[in-house]
Design a protein around this ligand. Structure first.
Ligand SMILES: Nc1ncnc2c1ncn2[C@@H]1O[C@H](COP(=O)(O)OP(=O)(O)O)[C@@H](O)[C@H]1O
Ligand SMILES: [Mg+2]
Length: 364
């Protein structure tokens, strides 16, 4: 008999009662109890099974959710990468356009320099000849004056004639003319020499043939670029140069000059009234380093990350295009180098350009 049924009967009637006439009945009830027990156990087991399955399902869903989150993040990252790529593409296109423009400006400058160089050559040579001729004329004049003085003592008409000539010399201020003539010639020859120098610098700055690579001395590049921009700097900047002992490197000197020019002009423009620009070169770890430092206004932190962007400028229209640094960046990158900027607001800015000494240059 089922133990529960047994307990309930003994509670109800007392003692172990099992009258034979109810044996079948009790047996049936006992069977029903057993059956109910089995059913309950079955239900419990299936509930347990269901709970396990639910937990598993839950775990799977959490896993799926996590996967989806990762995929979403991945998509977002890809999108950002695409945007960056797109921006770079735009920059490159702008740089290409700009370097085309700069190339034609360079051509123009070199053309003009060439045109000026020829006439300047004969102007200078003529001035020198004129100097020699003037010396001869002076000598001749002196001899004439001496002859005239001598003749004046010989007869009255000769004396009168000599006085006339003297009066004419006075009214024509021949003495002043003589004194000035030499100074004028010397000044003109000096001025001509300066023009020749500028033309030479301009030619070396915008050398047409230098779209190709050649070995160049970076110190010399800096020097000729400095000569070109000196006019813009001389009123408010002193320039300190610390040229190190650096090897020549294979590069495109015209393009590098363009970089140095922009860095120097920027430095000058950052100095409001009076300041210093320091140019230093050195070589270490297989690189040549050019530092162009100024004691100008500096760049605020939030703008520092944007200065190499094309068209980013803080200067008024006409003064800045915002292209200089983005072009410089492209040129340095093409040389396998790097350009860095460090700046402190109110104190100054330092641009460092690192160029590899042994480079496998510009395969494109
Ligand atoms: N030496 C510097 N000192 C302070 N700010 C600078 C310096 N060089 C560059 N900048 C900042 O970076 C910006 C971008 O420079 P650049 O690309 O040469 O364009 P632009 O000179 O035409 O403005 C400048 O407008 C200026 O705000
Ligand atoms: Mg600039």
């Amino acid at each position: 008999m089922h133990p529960l049924l047994k307990r309930q009967i003994s509670k109800l009637i007392g003692g172990d009662v099992n009258p034979p006439e109810f044996e079948n009945f009790f047996q049936a009830v006992s069977d029903a109890y057993t059956q109910a027990d089995d059913d309950r156990q079955l239900i419990e087991r299936s509930l347990e099974q269901m709970s396990i399955e639910l937990t598993e399902r839950n775990r799977q869903m959490r896993h799926e959710l996590e996967e989806r989150r990762i995929i979403e993040q991945e998509l977002l990252r890809e999108k950002e990468e695409q945007q960056v790529l797109f921006r770079r593409l735009e920059e490159t296109q702008n740089q290409l356009l700009q370097s085309e423009k700069m190339a034609s400006v360079g051509q123009l400058a070199a053309g003009v320099a060439h045109e000026i160089n020829n006439p300047m050559g004969f102007i200078l040579s003529n001035l020198n000849t004129m100097g020699k001729y003037t010396d001869r004329l002076f000598e001749y004049q002196k001899a004439q004056e001496a002859a005239l003085a001598e003749l004046a003592g010989q007869s009255e008409p000769a004396r009168i004639k000599a006085e006339e000539v003297k009066a004419l010399a006075k009214s024509l201020k021949i003495k002043t003319v003589n004194d000035d003539l030499f100074d004028l010639l010397t000044e003109s020859i000096e001025g001509g020499g300066r023009i020749k120098m500028i033309v030479l610098n301009l030619k070396s700055f915008a050398r047409l043939d230098e779209e190709e690579l050649k070995e160049a001395d970076i110190n010399q590049c800096l020097e000729s670029t400095l000569n070109i921009v000196w006019n813009e700097l001389k009123y408010k900047c002193t320039v300190a140069k610390e040229y190190g002992n650096i090897p020549p490197i294979l590069c495109n000197p015209g393009r590098l000059n363009q970089v140095f020019m922009n860095l120097l002009v920027n430095a000058g423009q950052a100095i409001e009234t009076q300041g210093e620009i320091r140019i230093a070169t050195s070589s270490h770890d297989g690189f040549i380093e050019v530092r162009i430092e100024d004691t100008g206004c500096g760049i605020p932190k939030e703008k520092l990350s944007r200065i190499f962007e094309p068209f980013f400028t803080t200067k008024p229209v006409g003064k800045g295009t915002g292209l200089g640094l983005s072009i410089a960046y492209g040129i340095i990158e093409k040389h396998g180098g790097h350009i860095y900027c460090h700046s402190e607001l109110g104190k100054g800015t330092c641009f460092r350009v690192a160029l590899p000494i042994d480079n496998e240059l510009m395969s494109d």
